[in-house]
Design a binder for this molecule. Structure first.
Ligand code: TRP
Ligand code: SF4
Length: 329
């Protein structure tokens, strides 16, 4: 049987938070452990340059730390291929060739392109590289002939573009590439401590590496049901972010109890958060142990990445031979 291949990537823009964990990484680990797929996960460091080109000094260390986060939450280099985009130069060649066949209009109408340009208005993103972001992403994906791409909804337009580019290549030259399917991750609604979307730029994130006092304080500072002003006011767990976290970290029976007690002011938010902090700390303990191990054994990280880069390069070279042959160059 032909094992399906899946591939996904992340930009190394800083420490990963619990939103990243539940929104993407948990799913990556599950796909890996299901053993139904051959998994490729990579650090999209060239993609990080599209928006960070004027200050690139953190990209390398972010990349290493991101791989530490990945391994800590359970990605396993004996099951998945973990690699760094910029180490596999073939991505650049495929990007260049795909750029030749990608109509400008496909890129200009890309909704993420328009959004990011307005959102990151403090950066000048009127660059050729930024417009071409999805072409590089298409190269990443089809290089490994991936069948599935696990992503969040925000990445759907990019996967759609990849599909169009793959079809166009197959049509113009030869049927080389499978048209990849997006594997949508259903994301539990975890907000940041201030009730907005969890994001590094809002300073409201609980990081995968947070523990001890830092973790306790962040959880203690979380927004709850805004209607619940006093201890004696009944609360509504349905609109409480702390409760959403409990649903992920606390045993079902206890979650039910919190639900009932909150509604009749039987439990106060302070205690509810203390309990949550304990649960999160407990759940993250093995993650933090692995993190400590890798931080003490950085060499191991480098050799894992090295190994992954080699595996990825072997496949990328084969693909590029086929591509050059199909394009007669
Ligand atoms: N654009 C993706 C993001 O911002 C990262 C990425 C780059 C990617 N190449 C990819 C994701 C290929 C999936 C497949 O998160
Ligand atoms: Fe939220 Fe818990 Fe407070 Fe209820 S008791 S509002 S669930 S923090």
């Amino acid at each position: 049987m032909n094992v399906k291949r899946i591939l996904s990537g992340m930009r190394p823009t800083g420490k990963l938070h619990l939103g990243n964990l539940h929104g993407a990484l948990k799913n990556w680990v599950e796909l890996q452990d299901s053993a139904r797929y051959e998994c490729f996960y990579f650090v999209a460091d060239w993609h990080a340059v599209t928006s960070e080109y004027s200050s690139t000094e953190d990209i390398k260390s972010n990349a290493v730390n991101m791989v530490i986060d990945w391994l800590s939450v359970g990605l396993d280099p004996s099951k998945s291929t973990l690699f760094v985009q910029s180490a596999v130069k073939e991505h650049a060649e495929l990007f260049l060739l795909l750029a030749m066949i990608t109509p400008l209009a496909w890129l200009e109408r890309n909704p993420t392109y328009k959004e990011m340009k307005t959102e990151l208005s403090n950066k000048d993103l009127s660059t050729f590289g930024f417009l071409g972001y999805p072409v590089l992403q298409a190269a990443d994906i089809i290089m490994y002939k991936a069948n599935g791409v696990p992503v969040g909804v925000d990445q759907l337009p990019h996967v759609e573009l990849t599909r169009e580019i793959a079809r166009r290549f197959n049509f113009l030259y030869r049927e080389i590439f499978p048209v990849p399917e997006p594997l949508l991750t259903s994301v539990p609604k975890l907000l940041g401590t201030d009730g907005r979307k969890m994001s590094k730029s809002y300073d409201n994130s609980i990081y995968i590496g947070d523990r001890g006092k830092v973790l306790q304080q962040k959880i203690a500072s979380m927004f709850t049901d805004p209607q619940r002003m006093r201890r004696k006011d009944p609360g509504n767990p349905e609109i409480c972010n702390v409760f959403s976290f409990h649903q992920l970290y606390t045993a079902l029976e206890k979650v039910r109890e919190i639900d009932t007690e909150c509604r009749k002011a039987g439990i106060g938010c302070t205690d509810c958060k203390k309990l949550l902090a304990q649960q999160v700390a407990e759940a993250m303990k093995p993650v933090h142990e692995r993190m400590d191990f890798y931080n003490k054994n950085i060499k191991e990280i480098y050799s894992i990445i090295e190994e992954g880069n080699k595996k990825a390069t072997t496949i990328a070279r084969q693909t590029m031979e086929e591509v050059r042959e199909a394009m007669k160059i």
